[in-house]
Design a binder for this molecule. Structure first.
Ligand code: ZN
Length: 367
């Protein structure tokens, strides 16, 4: 322990907060995205929002808290504190790794839940890489931005109606599916393509006495496949080469994220076989649907083409877009249920990789 500096205050465990919903559970598109991306895949189906959400959220809270303790015991939370040396105030930089992890633990244990408004005041741990609540909030923020882009005409109407006390757009409270649920005229004749591209990699590969982290290589390869400075003809600097191809063919815009799953490897003891899934949502002109169904496979290596699945949704409604974005942004279960070593391997591999990106008309600063 670091005892020498009297200015250092060790993080104080503050006890567990009791989170309770404040009144009605919101049934907005925003909360629909949070539930679909995180709560139902982790905890089970939601049939009755008012009854099921508080019950499932309570189960998630219990699981999350025992998970945080478990990950702390395995020193997994050390990974989350790596960025602190540059972000925190000077006197906090001298905390030992153990102290930083302990403080991180309490931030995560008491992170304010998503899915409903709470009676108690609280704060966010701001670690969406691991925390299901912060992940849900990031997913719904991303959906809000995409929604604003796609349904901009309708947003003008919604802004006029003003905001409710809890900051939720008044129109957003209505799940009735009126005119505001339709794509604006500019987007008539648009089809949404939901694309899933599974890539299997082992975690490690030995070559000539060197160990390569293949999961990290796969993620970095995908998240950094941007044309290099010396841009060759036909590529655009700073863009994914295949996304650029989609745009050249008339794609309106899209969203991509990467999901991670793993199981113990059959070949190497202590290693994991990882499934890295590239998930894409593309908005394309309906008359070009078959061109794009071929193109999404054509731009991938031949070995992957047979495994790629493409689902079509003609003229998607606002509600359907919310659900599709939530599917792309689904929380990876292994962070809550996998072996601590799996969670650590995944966190380390995706460290500094931006797994979610938008392009074309959906492009925005916070993607
Ligand atoms: Zn959090």
């Amino acid at each position: 322990m670091h005892q020498g500096d009297k200015h250092v205050s060790a993080p104080k465990p503050g006890g567990l907060k009791l989170w309770r919903p404040n009144g009605r559970i919101p049934d907005t598109y925003l909360s629909l995205v949070e539930r679909t991306a995180v709560l139902s895949p982790l905890m089970g189906k939601i049939q009755d929002v008012q009854a099921d959400v508080p019950a499932l959220a309570a189960s998630l809270s219990a699981r999350w808290r025992s998970r945080v303790n478990e990950l702390c015991e395995h020193n997994v939370l050390m990974q989350m504190t790596r960025k602190e040396s540059t972000r925190r105030a000077d006197d906090e930089r001298v905390l030992t790794p153990d102290q930083r992890q302990e403080r991180q633990k309490w931030l995560m244990l008491n992170c304010k839940p998503a899915f409903y408004m709470s009676k108690e005041q609280g704060w966010y741990c701001r670690n969406p890489a691991l925390c299901p609540y912060c992940w849900a909030r990031d997913a719904s923020a991303l959906w809000q931005r995409i929604d604003a882009r796609l349904f901009a005409l309708n947003n003008a109407v919604r802004i006029e109606l003003g905001r409710t006390a809890d900051g939720i757009n008044a129109r957003g409270l209505d799940l009735g599916g009126g005119d505001e649920d339709l794509l604006p005229p500019k987007l008539n004749g648009t089809t949404a393509l939901l694309v899933r591209i599974p890539v299997i990699v082992s975690r490690t590969v030995q070559r000539g006495g060197t160990t390569f982290n293949m999961l990290q290589c796969a993620l970095q390869q995908r998240t950094k496949v941007r044309a290099a400075r010396a841009t060759s003809p036909g590529t655009v600097r700073g863009r994914y080469v295949d996304h650029t191809k989609f745009m050249q063919e008339g794609c309106f815009g899209g969203l991509e994220s990467i999901g991670l799953r793993s199981q113990a490897s059959e070949d190497v003891e202590g290693d994991f076989a990882w499934q890295v899934t590239l998930k894409q949502l593309l908005f394309v002109p309906s008359e070009k649907t078959s061109t794009f169904a071929g193109l999404v496979k054509g731009v991938m290596p031949a070995t992957l083409r047979d495994k790629i699945s493409v689902r079509l949704h003609k003229e998607p409604s606002r509600r359907l877009v919310a659900l599709l974005v939530a599917q792309i942004m689904q929380y990876d279960k292994l962070f809550l249920f996998g072996e601590p070593e799996q969670a650590l391997a995944a966190l380390q591999a995706r460290w500094r990789c931006r797994l979610t990106t938008t392009f074309g008309y959906l492009y925005g600063r916070n993607s």
